[in-house]
Design a protein around this ligand. Structure first.
Ligand SMILES: Nc1ncnc2c1ncn2[C@@H]1O[C@H](COP(=O)(O)OP(=O)(O)OP(=O)(O)O)[C@@H](O)[C@H]1O
Ligand SMILES: [Mg+2]
Length: 266
């Protein structure tokens, strides 16, 4: 059953068709990768679905309900959360305080009450549980700015997870970290997400990662969905190889790695 459906969704910026007639369907419990060249419209599509950008036209259905006109907060309340291509953590707060704040915001308590988090046993227990699920327990009291890039990316995902989403969008959760650390981050994310039955849509440029973790892959180019399928189907799709790698032929994906979009990009 589809948890999310977009119907002829569009968002243009002047002449740029960032999201151009996208009909996307995501099934409950799926782990979907959203891939495509720089500028394909991946972040814009997530922004429109999460209400960080207004749709130009089209509809968004979540669990069958039309959410096109709902605000960010209303969509979060329904169970849609996202992390950002650029991390969105509070640098001057500890890892614990970042998570506690996210829990507080989910509960509708105001941010300036965050000092009380240290006295709220339920929040303390939940925040520590989330930190440990994301492998950050030892960093609990470190300021976010002092974490490694990989730890900051995990903390950012943990903040979205703390909103208790049913549907979680992760925009390049491994960007700016080394290939070796990517695997550790993805193992952590996949185990938390799958363990909790959360539906996930993840933007990732590294096709080794994409093929390894995805149930299904959606390929965007120039604002449209140009292909979708299982990892095996996408691996053998020559048009996709051409669009992503600029080359095709058997085993094209085994011989090329994609250019990474750097952490400075928005
Ligand atoms: N706020 C904006 N104003 C104007 N143009 C924008 C804006 N946001 C995105 N665009 C344009 O829309 C297109 C899609 O951009 P988007 O960031 O969604 O791509 P992306 O697939 O996420 O790329 P990347 O892999 O580099 O993150 C690009 O041409 C981009 O320049
Ligand atoms: Mg992007």
């Amino acid at each position: 059953m589809a948890i999310l459906q977009t119907i002829e969704l569009k968002r243009y910026f002047g002449d740029t068709r960032a999201v151009d007639n996208v009909n996307l369907s995501v099934n409950e419990g799926e782990f979907v990768s959203l891939v495509g060249p720089n500028g394909a419209g991946k972040t814009s599509l997530i922004n429109v679905i999460t209400a960080h950008l207004k749709a130009g036209s089209g509809k968004i259905l979540f669990q069958g309900r039309d959410i096109t006109d709902l605000s960010v907060t209303e969509r979060v309340r329904l169970g849609i959360a996202r992390s950002f291509q650029l991390v969105n953590v509070f640098d001057d707060l500890s890892a614990f305080d970042n998570v506690a704040l996210a829990i507080f915001s989910r509960e509708g308590k105001t941010a300036h009450l965050s000092a009380l988090a240290h006295r709220d046993h339920a929040v303390i227990a939940e925040a520590d549980d989330i930190l440990s699920q994301f492998g950050l327990a030892a960093k609990r009291d470190d300021n976010a700015r002092d974490l490694s890039q990989g730890e900051r990316k995990l903390l950012d995902v943990a903040l979205a997870y703390a909103l208790k989403p049913k549907l979680l969008f992760l925009d390049e959760p491994t960007s700016g970290v080394s290939t070796r650390n990517k695997a550790a981050i993805m193992d952590t994310i996949a185990s938390v997400v799958r363990g909790r039955g959360i539906t996930a849509v993840i933007v990732e440029h590294d096709m080794d990662v994409v093929f390894k973790y995805s149930d299904r892959i959606v390929v965007m180019a120039q604002g449209t969905v140009m292909a979708q399928g299982t990892p095996d189907e996408i691996r053998s799709n020559e048009q996709v190889a051409m669009a992503l790698l600029g080359t095709s032929g058997p085993a094209a994906f085994d011989q090329h790695s994609l250019p990474q979009s750097g952490p400075q990009k928005g």
